[in-house]
Design a protein around this ligand. Structure first.
Ligand SMILES: [Zn+2]
Length: 420
């Protein structure tokens, strides 16, 4: 008997692979953990296993450009990597600023290596990294930054570190102006990596008149420090300091910044506001990547086993708004706001690979590459989507994960944090 040509064929799904220019019903074949072929009629070719994907979407493995998975180290903030990753239909996660020059060995050893999901990071510019979601502002000034150590960590962990995480928001600026962003700029220049800039107020402004900052006036200075490939995050934030100024206008400097190659990550999290998103999208500005920004403050993780007595830390959790979430849910919201499906898929696959400098290995279903594939269902029905400002919109389509392949191995989308 002949050897089967393929280990697995995903048959008859709608394959959307923006990087390869494919959007058609066809098959995806896997052999030895790699994509073997994409095309019609592969299922009849003696595959060891065929999975009927008719009616489903088959896309390159989803990449979440904004994750917080430094579990057990970043306090209540860090989620389990595989919960947000393969168990939510996502094959690659990029932790945004959890690990730092000080803690990177732990991130590699305890998080990235044991995870089934591919876990990468933008290293924190701050020596302490993203503890408790950056809860204590005084840890995050220029005195808490060591550019040389950050640069060294990035260079010696180049397989995992794909950028530098920084902030530009009024709480920090009321204390230190743009000094911390300038230091992140230096780290970006010395490593050649993109700088990811959190916009939208995070810390309370320092009390006193010299502490007060007009974040709208500061936006041109922030953007002027950024270069091609750098990433502006949380454009749709409900807090001051996003793309929409207090007078309701989209900052004119943004379009010019995108023209010179800056990129936009939604960084959904607790920031996302439908009203802000509407204004920004209407101004013709499209995010480059989605980025779910799930963390322990906006995602409730039901315990799988044990009794409440086994989990004494539970009462410390501060849940803000929605408590079940996923990258696919963030994709659903963009779809509901009128972004075409093919663009939403690009924003969670090919564009992400480009943003992290890995488009030669990730973000496409190209033969020969590792078989990272996400299989999604486009459900039809009626749902109300809500944001943390209390606004909601209606939708008739919803994207949910079914399963994914990570280097050819199959994982069901069974995370208890998935919206149902
Ligand atoms: Zn975040």
């Amino acid at each position: 008997m002949n050897q089967p040509s393929f280990d697995l064929v995903l048959a008859g799904g709608r394959v959307i692979d923006p990087a390869s220019g494919i959007d058609t019903v066809c098959d995806v074949a896997v052999k030895d953990g790699r994509i073997a072929a994409v095309g019609e009629g592969l299922a009849g070719n003696g595959a060891a296993e065929t999975v009927d994907a008719a009616g489903l979407l088959v896309v390159p493995g989803l990449i979440d450009t904004h994750a917080h998975v430094f579990q057990h180290v970043s306090g209540r903030f860090g989620l389990n990597a595989d919960l947000c990753g393969v168990r939510s239909g996502v094959t690659t996660l990029v932790d945004q600023g959890g690990p730092s020059c000080m803690t990177f060995p732990a991130f590699r050893h305890f998080i990235a290596e044991p995870a089934t999901s591919r876990v990468l990071a933008f290293v924190s510019i701050y020596v302490v990294g993203g503890l408790e979601g950056h809860y204590y502002p005084e840890l995050y000034g220029p005195g808490g930054i060591d550019v040389e150590a950050c640069t060294r960590t990035a260079k010696s962990n180049a397989d995992l570190v794909k950028g530098i995480k920084a902030h530009a928001e009024s709480g920090g600026m009321s204390r230190w102006g743009l000094e911390t962003l300038k230091l992140a700029r230096r780290a970006g220049d010395e490593t050649g990596l993109p700088v990811y800039v959190h916009l939208g107020q995070l810390w309370p402004e320092r009390a006193g008149e010299e502490g007060s900052v007009d974040i709208d006036e500061a936006m041109p200075d922030i953007v002027a420090l950024l270069r091609e490939g750098d990433i502006l995050a949380h454009p749709f934030t409900r807090h001051p300091g996003g793309f929409v100024s207090r007078n309701g206008q989209v900052h004119p400097v943004i379009a010019a910044a995108l023209d010179r190659g800056l990129r936009v990550d939604v960084g959904h999290g607790s920031h996302f506001s439908f009203a802000m998103a509407q204004r920004v999208l209407e101004a013709g500005i499209r995010p480059f990547t989605v980025g779910a920004d799930m963390h322990g403050y906006n995602t409730h993780v039901p315990h799988e086993g044990g009794t409440p007595d086994d989990h004494p830390d539970d009462e410390m959790h501060l849940f803000a708004g929605q408590t079940k979430f996923s990258l696919c849910h963030a994709m659903t919201e963009l779809l509901a706001m009128g972004v075409p499906l093919a663009d939403v898929v690009a924003m969670s696959t090919a564009n992400c690979a480009t943003a992290i400098g890995m488009s030669d290995t990730l973000g496409a279903l190209a033969p020969g590459r590792g078989a990272d594939v996400s299989v999604l269902r486009m459900e039809q029905g009626r749902w109300t989507l809500s944001d943390n400002s209390g606004d909601s919109i209606e939708t008739t389509e919803r994207i949910t994960p079914v399963f994914c392949l990570r280097d050819g191995a199959r994982f069901e989308a069974d995370a208890p944090i998935l919206p149902n």
